[in-house]
Structures are given as structure tokens and as C-alpha cells.
Design a binder for this molecule. Structure first.
Ligand code: ZN
Length: 135
């Protein structure tokens, strides 16, 4: 017997909270910028509803504390990857002006006023295997 094929679009897509490792239905996941010390950059981070506040606090506190322009630019570039263009970054405005916009975007993620798009699932192209005869 052949297992029924499941259309990936019909499955409920889940994202994994990378703090507690719980699966979260995609419409409920928080996609947020979080600083990665190894990469020395802001990276995309998935959080469940329980874990999002502490991570958003960490991002906010880090933005408030840094005077490193490269780090602020890295956060702006995170948002630009999600089509949230940050004029203050592109224009090279002062750190305080850029920081204020980034903090606003972080708070909009917290309130769900801004929900970043996880994007479409990408199918992996597998090599063609010989078809198995049914029956
Ligand atoms: Zn979590």
C-alpha cells in the first residue's frame, strides 16, 4: 500500500522556538532580531509567546546600550530583510535617531502590530529516483 501524499500547503506549518524548543504554529510565532555573539550580528530568531518577551527585552536593552554603529546597522539590515526599510539607516542618520526607529520596530513586534513574514516553505529538489511499481 502506498502512503497518501500530504500536500505541504495543507499541513499546519510549525516553527520551533529556539529558546524552549516548543513547536509553534506559524501564525503565532514571533520573528524577531536577536544578537548572535558568535556571528557578531543580529539574526532571525523564532520565539513562542512565552519566550518572546524576554528576548525582545534583551534586544531592546542591547540597542539601548550600544554605541557601535555597525551593530545598529546590523539590526536595521535585519529589518530590511523583511521589507521594513529603515530610512535612518540608509541615510546614515545619527545613532540616536537610528536607535529610536529600531526600538519602535522592536516594540511593534512585541505588540504584534508588526508581524514579520516567515516566507513560503521551500521545497527541496531531490534527484529523480526510479519509480516503484504499485501493486
Ligand atoms: Zn519558547
Amino acid at each position: 500500500m502506498v502512503a497518501p501524499r500530504v500536500d505541504p500547503d495543507e499541513e499546519e506549518m510549525q516553527a520551533l522556538c529556539s529558546l524552549c524548543f516548543e513547536g509553534v504554529p506559524v501564525p503565532q510565532v514571533y520573528i524577531l532580531p536577536h544578537f548572535n555573539d558568535i556571528l557578531n550580528n543580529y539574526v532571525t530568531t523564532y520565539r513562542c509567546e512565552k519566550c518572546a518577551p524576554v528576548s525582545l527585552d534583551e534586544t531592546r536593552d542591547r540597542l539601548l546600550a550600544t554605541t557601535d554603529r555597525r551593530e545598529l546597522d546590523s539590526c536595521a539590515e535585519f529589518f530590511e530583510r523583511y521589507n521594513q526599510f529603515v530610512l535612518e539607516h540608509r541615510r546614515g542618520d545619527r545613532n540616536d535617531a537610528l536607535r529610536a526607529v529600531l526600538l519602535t520596530l522592536v516594540e511593534r513586534i512585541r505588540t504584534r502590530d508588526l508581524v514579520l513574514d516567515i516566507g513560503k516553505p521551500v521545497s527541496i529538489k531531490l534527484p529523480d529516483f526510479p519509480k516503484r511499481e504499485e501493486g
